[in-house]
Every structure is written in structure tokens, then in C-alpha cells.
Design a binder for this molecule. Structure first.
Ligand code: HEM
Length: 254
């Protein structure tokens, strides 16, 4: 299954930020393999699940979080998912245990722990699990043939949208801007312009400390720097911007 779907310069999808389908599968395997079987509320519900149930739920989540439409294309899509909850009369205590143990499995699987990703992740689990309970009640008529939902970051809590309290006061890497007419190199002048937090914010798309990556995406990076949308905590001063522009004009030397 393909991993990245974000375009450089755009916000990452939730699944890109999580590292793709594989980490989600790691999580569902832990959930259905380690926690569910021994849980008195959940164990009986999943006692006869298909052997590929963890793959199916991971594919659903991957699609919901902005990844490829694999659940729709290979596993039956929305109608299949809804049909598996129909008539089960799920109870609130089972729902909340399901969410609790899936969050625990996310920790075990090494899924992101940053506040932004977890807020989006938990918001979806709360939303989806409450709908699953609703759909499972006697006499429920879930609307048929709906698309698989596509979930996104909650409100404006996107990666890099705030300065972490743990970063405050960290000195920026010391760097010296080259004088007018001086040669400019990536290693000496461009790389130090990007802080660790800038690098982290963009890691889903490319590496801001890599000459190859920055050269390849130089136009998109320059456009965002000029628009002041990168870095997210404040536009560069004109002198820095000018150095980056000159480096591009000089043919992006290493
Ligand atoms: C966001 C919430 C949820 C998602 C995304 C989700 C996802 C899914 C999917 C995709 C399937 C069908 C897999 C397939 O056969 O293709 C499924 C089946 C099932 N789900 Fe959920 N589910 C959610 C909430 C819950 C909750 C809260 C419970 C119970 C506490 C639950 C119990 C079940 C059961 C019992 C099945 C059938 C398992 C089997 O095939 O034997 N689900 N779920």
C-alpha cells in the first residue's frame, strides 16, 4: 500500500504524519492480538473475527486519515463496515473500552504522541465509535452507500501551528549571513537557516537539512518563505530570504 500522499508545501495528511499504513497495522495487530482477546467486555465480540480483521481496520483508518482508498476498493467500503456493526447492540462500556485500548495500542505501536495528531486521532475514535454504537442498536437504519469519511486535523491544530513550551528559549543555530557578492553554499549558509523545529514540521514531505531535498523543492520552499507561511511561527527577515533566493539563483550549490 502506498504511503505518502501529501504534496510538499501542503499540510500532511494524518496518515502521512503517522508514517503510513504500516504503523496503523502495527497498532491494530497489537489491539486485536494483545488486548482484545483477554478483555471481558471486548473479547467475546471479536471471538469469531476474520484472520485479516486487523488489516481491514487498519485499511479503513488509513483511508479515513487521508491515505489510499484501499478499504473502499478491496474490502467492501462503507457498506461493509456498517454491516459488521448492525444488530450487535454495542454498549457504552464496550465502546469506551474499545477507544481506551486502541489508544493504548497506539502508544505501544509508537504512533505520534504530539498533541495535534493525538487530538485528531482521538476525535475520530470518539466520533466513529459513537456512530458504531448507534448503528448497532435494534431498529437502526444507517444511511446506505455513504462515502468513507475523510478525517483531518482538528480546528487549526495542525503540525507546527504553535511553539512548543519545551522549545522556548532554545537558541537558534548560530549562522552568519554571507555578504553581498560572496559565494553561498548549502552547508554553510542555507542549512543553518532551518531550525530543528522547522525540520520536524516538514519531515513528512522532505528533509530541510538535506541538500538534495531542499534543491528539489526549492521553488515550493521559496514560495512559502516569501508568502510568510513558513516557518509557521513567523516569517523570515528579508536578509535571510534574500540569501535563500540568491542561493537558488546561483544554481543551488552544495
Ligand atoms: C471509530 C470506530 C470504529 C471503527 C473505525 C471500526 C471499524 C470497523 C471495521 C472497518 C469493521 C469491518 C471489518 C471488515 O470485516 O471489513 C468493523 C467490524 C467490527 N467492529 Fe468496529 N469499528 C469501530 C468501532 C467499534 C466499536 C466501538 C466496537 C465495539 C465495542 C466495534 C466492534 C466491531 C465488531 C464486533 C466488528 C465485527 C468483527 C467481526 O468481523 O467478527 N467497532 N469495525
Amino acid at each position: 500500500m502506498s504511503e505518502g500522499t501529501s504534496q510538499p508545501g501542503a499540510e500532511p495528511t494524518l496518515v502521512d504524519w503517522a508514517g503510513g499504513y504500516q504503523p496503523l497495522l502495527r497498532m491494530t495487530k497489537i489491539f486485536y492480538g494483545r488486548y482484545v482477546p483477554k478483555d471481558p467486555l471486548l473479547g467475546p465480540l471479536f471471538a469469531n473475527m476474520a484472520p485479516d480483521h486487523p488489516e481491514r481496520v487498519a485499511a479503513w483508518l488509513c483511508e479515513v486519515f487521508g491515505g489510499p482508498k484501499a478499504y473502499s476498493e478491496s474490502y467492501g467500503g462503507y457498506d461493509r463496515m456498517v454491516s459488521r456493526h448492525l444488530g450487535r447492540e454495542l454498549r457504552e462500556e464496550q465502546r469506551s473500552r474499545w477507544v481506551q485500548l486502541l489508544c493504548k495500542s497506539a502508544d505501544d505501536a509508537g504512533l505520534p504522541v504530539d498533541p495535534e495528531w493525538r487530538a485528531a486521532f482521538v476525535a475520530y475514535l470518539e466520533w466513529g465509535s459513537r456512530i458504531a454504537v448507534e448503528n448497532s442498536q435494534p431498529g437502526a437504519h444507517p444511511p446506505p452507500h455513504m462515502p468513507v469519511p475523510r478525517w483531518w486535523w482538528v480546528c487549526d491544530a495542525v503540525p507546527g501551528s504553535r511553539v512548543s513550551a519545551l522549545e522556548a528559549g532554545q537558541p537558534a543555530t548560530a549562522f552568519e549571513l554571507p555578504g553581498a557578492g560572496e559565494p553561498i553554499s548549502f552547508a554553510q549558509h542555507i542549512k543553518p537557516l532551518f531550525r530543528e523545529r522547522d525540520r520536524q514540521s516538514m519531515r513528512f514531505a522532505f528533509d530541510l537539512w538535506s541538500h538534495h531535498d531542499v534543491s528539489t523543492h526549492a521553488d515550493a520552499i521559496l514560495a512559502r518563505l516569501q508568502a510568510g507561511t513558513m516557518p509557521c511561527d513567523g516569517a523570515w527577515p528579508p536578509q535571510q530570504l534574500d540569501v535563500f533566493r540568491r542561493w537558488v539563483d546561483l544554481g543551488k550549490p552544495a
